[in-house]
Design a protein around this ligand. Structure first.
Ligand code: ADP
Ligand code: MG
Length: 623
């Protein structure tokens, strides 16, 4: 029963502002609220049996869309019309997902490698955002029916590793479903809230949240201190989960239970095997042996799977998650014994091997697995919604950014503005200047990554600051501010402080990074650290030399009447030497030639003190 307050002045109904928490999962999605009576979070459900809404969309011939359990039935009969795991496609290009495409039974369009992925069903194109919005609409309907109240505001959770593009896509899906998405929060953060850890003021704990769902895996290390949640590190894989366990089982069955080695299995039978594999896996969370008679290629075959065999099949996948845990602990700079609590989230944490390996890794006798692992994230999202509604002012959420963010400066160098693992929300501004006289435009290129050479990092976007009033090189004061909001979306502003000319953009990258790419970027930065230092110092020396040549020649040109022929000739000689040294690629030679020219011109530069030169020596320059 919902309470509907009436505005006494004008008699209008003021709908109660309910904010829902949504776990938009790869496999299953849920919607939750804080119960107004018990003040505890609860899952809203369509009917008693269906707590989870499978994230499956059936697109029928007459433009009908069916979501959830009813859509699941169509997986077998019409796999090409039945979309699952759409979350894996959010904010991604065809190029990003091409390797996983064999696991999809529906059609993913590959017309352009770099553009966002589209799915074709019955001659119509759908974007992952649109498809996700169908799931969100279904959840919204369930909640509206249950509460007898309109729902317009939501908190939606995403895996910790979702980048800007993926978070933005999730936000857009919410908008399309008629929801004002107040906050996108990380699933592990929501999970810790669900366990109530940190809600009491004087708790001080370090917590690991292990979330193994159907399609994504996250490990987060959280520090919770006096009601403040801080994510120390995150790691994971948005392409790893219970689906992979199912896949291993299907592979094992095909290799061992059918006589014909060249057996061709059609889409229809493949789906049947996939569903049976999932059943077997779930059954083995409680039992020792599974078997079933199944009709494949019109022949009845008996399939079997023992718990021991299952554990052998999935061990390499579980080991991968342990490796991620190891990396997360490393990033957080902690020993395993520093972890006070381990929280288990996601349906796949019901698998015995998973629990055992995690206990072993974190050296724990007990794990936090009392809550239903399917519901934990949604329950936490409802608590966050409650916080945003202003009902729990004592809690503050902090997150970290997984990769450094910065801009390209002269010579193609990365200049970091927000460093990796910085807490978000975060706002940092730095000052830059121009490299040429009278420069009225400045191109600002935004990069994400750990390498000194921007070409190894990922470009997020670029824009031009135009209309800078003509000034000598080095004189404009250009302030570049990076504002990374609580959803992990980056806004960049450039402002020339003397003239107040400014330009802003919000970074919405064309497509996202896979976890492999993210991991590779981090690893590469470590592998190439020595090389990078060399590259940076050489590039900086070259850039400075070029700058000195530029300002010197300009200075000579402007002041030729004040200088002796000797001074001019000798300066030109030293300029030539410096030019040659730049080509040498030797930092030491460049610096030597740089100093010779600088020392020679300094006395008469001082004599004819030129502001432009004084300024040009300071501050990093953007081309
Ligand atoms: P997601 O976060 O990706 O939406 P969930 O947290 O809902 O996923 O988990 C779904 C996964 O959990 C599926 O792979 C499902 O097979 C698995 N799962 C659910 N119940 C069990 C169980 N009893 N034993 C093993 N795995 C299970
Ligand atoms: Mg999940």
């Amino acid at each position: 029963m919902a309470l509907i307050p009436i505005n006494i002045k004008d008699g209008s109904f003021k709908q109660e502002d309910v904010i829902v928490g949504i776990d938009l999962g790869t496999t299953n999605s849920l919607i939750a609220i804080i119960d107004s009576n018990t003040k505890k979070p609860k899952i809203l459900k369509a009917n008693f049996d269906d707590i989870l809404v499978p994230s499956i969309i059936y697109l029928g011939k007459n433009k009908q869309t069916i979501v959830g359990n009813k859509a699941k039935k169509h997986l077998i009969e019409e796999p090409q019309n039945t979309i699952f795991s759409v979350k894996r496609l959010m904010g991604k290009s065809y190029k990003d997902v091409v390797e996983n495409i064999t696991t999809k039974s529906y059609k993913i369009i590959d017309d352009n490698n770099d553009s966002l992925v589209k799915i074709e069903v019955e001659g119509r194109y759908y974007t992952p955002v649109e498809l996700s919005s169908y799931i969100l609409k279904e959840l919204k309907n369930i909640a509206e029916t249950e509460l007898n109240n309109k729902i317009s505001k939501a908190v939606i959770t995403v895996p910790a590793y979702f980048n800007d593009a993926q978070r933005q896509a999730t936000r857009d899906a919410g908008k399309l479903a008629g929801l004002d998405v107040l906050r996108i929060i990380n699933e592990p953060t929501a999970a810790s809230l669900a366990y109530g850890i940190g809600i009491e003021q004087n708790q001080n704990q370090t917590v690991a949240v292990y979330d193994l769902g159907g399609g994504t895996f996250d490990i987060s290390i959280l520090k919770i201190n006096e009601g403040i949640f801080e994510v120390l590190s995150t790691n994971g894989d948005t392409n790893l989960g219970g689906d992979d366990f199912d896949h291993e089982i299907v592979k094992y069955w095909i290799e061992n239970f059918f006589d014909n080695q060249n057996l061709k299995i059609n889409n229809f039978d493949m789906q049947k095997l996939r569903i049976e594999a999932e059943n077997a896996k779930k059954y083995l969370s409680e039992h020792e042996n599974f078997s079933i008679d199944i009709s494949i290629n019109s022949r009845i075959t008996k399939l079997e799977l023992s718990l021991i065999k299952l554990e052998e099949l999935i061990k390499p996948i579980v080991d991968k998650t342990i490796k991620s845990c190891f990396n997360a602990m490393n990033d957080a700079g902690l020993k395993n014994s520093d972890i006070d609590e381990v929280i288990m989230v996601g349906g796949s944490t019901r698998v015995k091997l998973v629990k055992n390996e995690i206990k072993k890794f974190f050296e724990k006798k007990e794990l936090h697995d009392k809550l239903n692992p399917d519901e934990t994230v949604a329950l936490g999202a409802a608590i966050e919604a409650d916080i945003l509604a202003g009902n729990r002012k004592d809690i503050l959420l902090l997150d970290v950014t997984p990769l450094s963010l910065g801009i390209e400066t002269m010579g193609g160098l990365m200049d970091v503005i927000i460093p990796r693992n910085a807490k978000i929300p975060q706002s940092i501004a730095k000052q830059y200047t121009t490299s040429k006289d009278g420069q009225s435009n400045l191109r600002i290129s935004i990069f994400q990554g750990e390498r000194d050479n921007v070409s190894f990092n990922r470009k997020l976007g670029e824009f031009n600051l135009t209309g800078i009033p003509a000034m000598p090189a080095g004189l404009p004061k250009i302030e570049i501010s990076f504002m990374l909001d609580a959803d992990g979306i980056l806004k960049v502003k450039a402002k020339e402080l003397r003239s107040s000319v400014e330009q802003k953009i919000e970074v919405k990258p064309q497509y996202g990074l896979t976890d492999e790419e993210l991991e590779k970027m981090l690893l590469d930065s470590l592998l190439h650290a020595g090389e990078d230092v060399k590259y940076r110092s050489l590039t900086e020396a070259q850039t400075e030399a070029e700058q000195l040549i530029y300002t010197t020649l300009r200075f000579i040109e402007k002041n030729k009447n004040e200088l002796s022929n000797d001074e001019i000739e000798q300066t030109n000689n030293f300029v030539e030497q410096l030019k040659n040294s730049i080509k040498s690629e030797s930092k030491d030679e460049i610096l030597k030639a740089h100093d010779i020219l600088n020392d020679f011109t300094k006395p008469f530069a001082e004599r004819l003190m030129d502001k432009a030169i004084a300024f040009a020596i300071k501050g990093k320059k953007i081309d």
